[in-house]
Design a protein around this ligand. Structure first.
Ligand code: FAD
Ligand code: SIN
Length: 542
């Protein structure tokens, strides 16, 4: 029996009023947006593993999509989103987010995000799948500017406490009350204090998951190290439905470099004229795959085209070339990328950039409504860990930061509106580690982690078959036994917690992929190449 669990024997601490009203797990765009919206009325605790800037938000390059130009319309942005999403989107969610985008940008301007401007208007760049220029940005490092502004505001707010170095393990639910109840409401989270190695209880009337995606389940990913699907796995274990996990987005242009494994080359490079070239034939190959939209076709189309060229010609990479644009234009639009590449010996103003597709975004996740509520009473969720209906079968570029701002606000609004119905937390059992010991074989974790990421890349990647998915499923079942055994025997560490969640995420992805008997958007399988109408979400129930 697993001993890494809340105790049934250890004494609960006496009841106490929770020091915080709301707990938010995650300090990226979704978590901090919710925190700032709540803090006007409530005391908020934000928990994050590692540092407060360790999520994907800080790495976002291209920008944020919003209808701000007189020639653009909500209808066009909605249509582009639905086309990219291959019709699997929920129209109500798409409208909800896109109509709130201009307000979200206003709020970021008020927080001091220094978006690029042209004369007095915000400069708008363009990305794949967008029929208009509608991406606001801060050069090619939008995410860092947004993360810094949100964090500065949160740090300055007296009602917000930020705790880094807390790896959350599992949600606290009614099962963990001193007075056991099977009702299943969420009351907070057990978290590993990375410095002391102790497991803490954090309880509150309301909990928001804002833990980002599961990209690190793949060998090659643009996502940061901590994108291990923790929130999705925690919510699943606590009883929440998870949807469309097979819809894993691969970004077409990640830098190919043997030392630098996950550096993104923003889609805005193609938006500003970058061309994809086969380095062996010199051909601009998107003409063969999507002659009208070329390099600005939606991501799934471009990533599959690159994958096909690489496989057909036995290449390691293809070239992305923007050297036909004036050097000053390239330097001023892409200063971060230009400098990074120069450090690696590539001058993008005169040379093509070697690129490959890499996992980039988790379109599926915990099912939420427009109020950001999950299936679990007391638990809300926002951002990349969710499936809100916005992205469908493929996310439109620069729609995800937007989703974080809109759903972060929505979660806060719903919690505030329902506050009087939310009970004070009960007495919660402490974490019991009386029967576990320190791990003596950390190598097991490293080995399993590497193995998962490799077979997910090879068997559950851009092009799938049922046989490959079944192979992956089989490997997952074997590893699950091993990891559960390990988890039940040894004291938790961040690596072990992440491995457990990575494996859980892999299982959800593969199970979802096996259920979809068609090729739609990001899920492309040689065994079922056609579409089945009407489009249906893949919904997994715990
Ligand atoms: P994140 O920003 O990933 O934050 C997750 C938070 O949860 C972190 O604080 C993390 O520490 C915490 N956390 C996770 N697990 C735990 C745990 N167990 N315990 C405690 N804390 C935990 N989108 C766009 O719209 N435009 C772009 O230009 C763009 N560019 C991108 C470029 C790159 C390289 C990448 C990787 C993504 C890009 N995206 C872009 C996607 C976008 O950045 C993300 O979808 C978005 O930032 C997710 O925000 P979030 O708040 O949901 O999660
Ligand atoms: C990019 O800059 O290409 C990433 C944009 C996004 O992921 O939305």
């Amino acid at each position: 029996m697993s001993q890494n669990n809340p105790s049934s024997s250890a004494a609960a601490t006496p009841g106490h009023a929770a020091p915080h009203d709301v707990i938010i797990i995650g300090s990226g765009a979704a978590g901090l947006t919710a925190a700032l919206a709540l803090a006007q009325h409530k005391r908020v605790l934000v928990l994050a593993k590692g540092t407060l800037t360790g999520g994907s938000t800080a790495w976002a390059q291209g920008g944020i999509a919003a209808v701000l130009d007189a020639g653009d319309t909500f209808e066009d942005h909605i249509r582009d989103t639905m086309v990219a999403g291959a019709g699997l989107n929920d129209l109500a969610a798409v409208q909800f987010v896109i109509e709130r985008a201009p307000k979200a940008i206003d709020r970021l301007c008020e927080l001091g995000v220094p978006f690029n401007r042209e004369a007095h208007a915000l400069h708008l760049t363009r990305e794949g799948g967008h029929s208009h220029r509608r991406i606001v940005h801060v050069d090619d490092a939008t995410g860092w500017a947004v993360q810094s502004a949100l964090l500065a505001a949160a740090e300055a707010h007296p009602n917000i406490t930020l705790l880094a170095g807390r790896t959350c393990i599992d949600l606290i639910t009614d099962r963990h009350r001193e007075q056991f109840s099977a009702a299943g409401r969420a009351w907070g989270v057990y978290a590993l204090n990375e410095e002391t190695g102790r497991v803490e209880r954090h309880v509150a009337r309301a909990t928001i998951l804002a833990t980002g995606g599961a990209g690190r389940v793949y060998q090659f990913s643009t996502a940061p190290r901590g994108a291990t699907g923790d929130g999705i796995a925690m919510a699943w274990r606590a009883g929440a439905r998870v949807s469309n996990m097979e819809m894993m987005q691969f970004h077409p242009t990640c830098l190919y470099n043997l030392d630098v494994k996950n550096f993104l080359i923003t889609e805005a490079v193609r938006g500003e004229g970058g061309r994809l070239i086969n380095p062996r034939t010199g051909q601009r190959f998107m003409r063969l795959y999507d002659p009208e939209r070329l390099e600005l076709a939606p991501r799934d189309v471009v990533a599959r085209a690159i994958d096909a060229e690489i496989k057909r010609h036995g290449l390691d990479y293809v070239h992305l070339d923007i050297s036909h644009q004036p050097a000053d234009f390239v330097r001023s639009h892409f200063p971060t990328i230009h400098e990074k590449l120069l450090g690696l010996g590539i001058d993008m103003t005169v040379q093509p950039i070697p690129v490959v597709p890499a996992q980039h975004y988790t379109c599926g996740g915990v099912v939420v409504g427009l109020d950001a509520r999950t299936d679990i009473p007391g638990l809300w969720a926002a951002g990349e860990c969710t499936e809100s209906g916005l992205h469908g079968a493929n996310r439109l570029a620069s729609n995800s930061l937007l989703e974080c701002f809109v759903f972060g606000e929505a979660a806060a609004e719903d919690i505030l509106a329902r506050w009087d119905e939310l009970a004070e937390p009960p007495v919660i059992l402490p974490w019991d580690e009386s029967r576990v010991t320190d791990s003596d074989e950390e190598v097991v974790i490293k080995q399993n982690w590497t193995e998962i990421r490799r077979f997910m890349w090879n068997y559950v990647g851009i092009v799938r078959t049922t046989k490959r998915l079944e192979r992956a499923h089989h490997r997952i079942q074997l590893l699950k036994r091993e990891v559960e055994d390990y988890y039940g025997s040894f004291r938790v560490t961040t690596d072990l917690i992440e491995l457990r969640n990575l494996l859980q995420s892999a299982e959800l992805i593969v199970k979802s992929a096996l259920q979809r008997k068609e090729s739609r958007g990001l899920h492309y399988t040689l065994d079922y190449p056609d579409l089945i109408d009407p489009p249906r979400d893949t919904v997994l129930v715990p």
